[in-house]
Design a protein around this ligand. Structure first.
Ligand SMILES: Cc1cc2nc3c(=O)[nH]c(=O)nc-3n(C[C@H](O)[C@H](O)[C@H](O)COP(=O)(O)O)c2cc1C
Length: 252
């Protein structure tokens, strides 16, 4: 009987020990497996987030952006800037447009070369939204050799080596507000490579490159591109191909 009790006791003890070991090992093993799985699924998404282009960061409306390491924040996303002027509203042969012809080309270029964008916007938007009134205002500005002020702060130009500059042809020339930009930033633009482009209704580049070179003689001006404004609205895929071929030709 004594032996029988001993055997029962020993069996119970063995059971308790075995349960304890399994009970401890089970969740631990499971946790380890989950961690591996978590690492496997998190790694690919975390790496691109850490390397997310700076240009996209202002779109993220949370405090984490402000907490980003200073080294990243001070590094430019690109050494290419694209500056453009463009109008919405009623435009020649395309009716009322929501995105300007030049803006469309600007975005295509920026997408392909990875450029930062700066839009020249008039400080007081005095440009009418109807085509004929706009042509009158533009004509007057040209006659008076006006320098309409633009809004916003130009990014630190010292971080860019190449700057694309685009605008619609207005009365056979750059809109006067573009000259405001050229002259205000002449010193910072000296030594840079400038690449002009235009959209137009038949006048082509209208000497944009030569005129840019005259305004900024200390910059290097490359061959420009002229795109018909109507094509921007009606045949964007064709324009994209034209833009892409031109950029490839320039070595981008
Ligand atoms: C004030 C004004 C003057 C223009 N002058 C010319 C011109 O001299 N030659 C030309 O081909 N197109 C001219 N256009 C047509 C624009 O260059 C063309 O519609 C351009 O694609 C508009 O671009 P945006 O939508 O980016 O402003 C003129 C348009 C405006 C509003």
């Amino acid at each position: 009987m004594k032996n029988y009790r001993k055997q029962v006791f020993a069996a119970l003890l063995a059971g308790i020990l075995a349960f304890g070991v399994i009970g401890c090992a089970g969740p631990a093993a499971k946790l380890e497996k989950n961690n591996v799985a978590a690492q496997e699924t998190m790694q690919p998404t975390e790496v691109p987030q850490a390397e997310a282009p700076k240009a996209e960061m202002p779109d993220e409306p949370n405090a984490q952006v402000a907490d980003a390491p200073k080294a990243d924040a001070s590094e430019p996303y690109s050494d290419i800037l694209l500056v453009f002027f463009s109008r919405t509203g009623e435009q020649y042969q395309v009716g009322v447009i929501e995105k300007g012809n030049t803006a469309i080309v600007a975005e295509m270029i920026a997408d392909q070369v990875g450029a930062d964008l700066f839009e020249i916007l008039p400080v007081d938007d005095h440009y009418p939204m109807t085509y004929s009134e706009l042509t009158d205002v533009a004509k007057r500005e040209q006659k008076e050799n006006a320098r309409p002020a633009y809004a916003g702060e130009v990014p630190d130009l010292s971080q860019y080596s190449t700057i694309f500059i685009g605008a619609p042809v207005w009365w056979g020339d750059w809109p006067m507000i573009c000259y405001t930009f050229f002259e205000t930033n002449a010193e910072a633009l000296s030594g840079k490579t400038l690449i002009p482009f235009s959209t137009h209704a038949g006048s082509g580049l209208s000497g944009f490159d030569r005129k840019l070179s005259n305004a900024l003689p200390n910059s290097t001006v490359q061959k420009g591109l002229a795109v018909a404004g109507t094509d921007c609205q009606n045949s964007p895929e064709r324009v994209k191909k034209t833009v892409s071929d031109w950029l490839n030709g320039l070595g981008f």
